[in-house]
Design a protein around this ligand. Structure first.
Ligand code: UDP
Ligand code: MG
Length: 317
């Protein structure tokens, strides 16, 4: 097998046929891809619409299409991880089913791969498919993530990329529970290159993300890649303590020179609230990490598989 496409699918009934039609078109017409042997591993992430029956139908018509069905919705990250585990290709390409990742780009990925790159990632030049608010918050996330993490992620990259077998094997050796694929792709290293593309709008249906999900996803990403939010409190505490020391000295001197000063209710109240909140924020951040430690210690699997299609072999452990 040359190339394994990994398609996480969650309630995509409206787009699946169009997706496979376009994908097959690309593989049969592109010079770069024509001779490649490929498989398409669909991971049904607990869809509740007619996605499963559509997938069965596609499967019965094309033996290159394979299917892993989860017992419920576990999220895109888990779906991609499962796909990578079952992939038998010399390289893999995670690709969204909603046609926001243009399949035509795979040809360019493969070209770069043949030139010797282990990872070729798509860079979204034009994100007109996303709302301005989503673009702004995404930008803010990258800014914060990159200033905290030891390995900054290239801006405007998604999961759409080609990764060589060496990278897949490196990723599969990781045992963490809270996976943030973009961070992991980047963490493993290897020779990488970006290919620019325009990210179109979803052909149909809606994004599976809402802001609350995205916020938690961002927290997962940051806590998985950095411990700086845990450690800054020493310095914040130190800084506040020094300022308090100077202020205390000032009050003492002023009392000696000008006598006792009784008013101060407002400033007292404000500072109590201020330090109370600072402490609660610190505790909250500890909680974010602690919760994830609990998840890691429990060591539950990332996903539960209900069934796999008969043309898919169990991966070697
Ligand atoms: N997806 C998934 N599980 C989920 C949410 C999404 O497998 O819980 C899949 C979805 O079917 C699609 C891809 O992940 O193929 C990207 O999802 P979406 O288009 O909603 O994300 P966006 O493009 O808005 O980032
Ligand atoms: Mg999408």
């Amino acid at each position: 097998m040359d190339i394994s496409l990994i398609v996480p699918v969650y309630n995509e009934a409206e787009v699946l046929y169009a997706f496979f039609e376009r994908l097959n078109g690309v593989f049969s017409s592109s010079e770069e891809l024509k001779d490649l042997e490929y498989e398409v591993i669909c991971v049904d992430d607990g869809s509740t619409d007619s996605t499963p029956s559509i997938l069965e139908d596609l499967l019965s018509r094309d033996s290159r299409i394979k299917l892993i069905s989860f017992s419920r919705n576990f999220g895109k990250e888990a779906a991609m991880f499962a796909g990578l585990k079952f992939a038998s290709g010399k390289c893999a390409v995670p690709i969204d089913a909603d046609l926001q990742d243009p399949p035509e780009l795979i040809a360019e990925f493969v070209k770069k791969w043949r030139e010797g790159f282990d990872m070729v990632y798509g860079v979204r030049v034009e994100r007109s498919g996303d709302s301005p608010a989503k673009r702004k918050t995404a930008e803010l996330f990258y800014k914060i993530y990159n200033s905290l993490s030891e390995r900054p992620i290239p801006r405007n990259t998604g999961d759409f990329r080609l990764i060589d077998r060496r990278v897949i094997d490196a990723i599969l050796k990781l045992h963490e529970r809270s996976i943030f694929m973009k961070g992991i792709f980047n963490w493993v290293g290897f020779k990488s290159v970006g290919v620019p593309y325009d990210r179109p709008e979803r052909v149909s249906g809606g994004s599976k993300w809402n802001y609350w999900k995205l916020w938690n996803f961002a927290l997962d990403g940051i806590t998985a890649s950095s411990t700086i939010p845990l450690r800054i409190w020493t310095y914040i505490g130190g800084a506040i303590a020094s300022i308090t020391g100077i202020y205390a000295l000032y009050i003492a001197l002023r009392t000696i020179v000008c006598g006792v000063d009784v008013p101060g209710y407002a400033s007292l109240f404000v500072s109590i609230l201020f330090f109370g909140s600072v402490q609660l924020i610190a505790l909250g951040i500890f909680g974010e990490y602690l919760g994830r430690i609990v998840a890691e210690v429990k060591g539950r699997p990332l996903y539960v598989i209900e069934k796999i299609s008969s043309n898919l072999a169990e991966p070697k452990e």
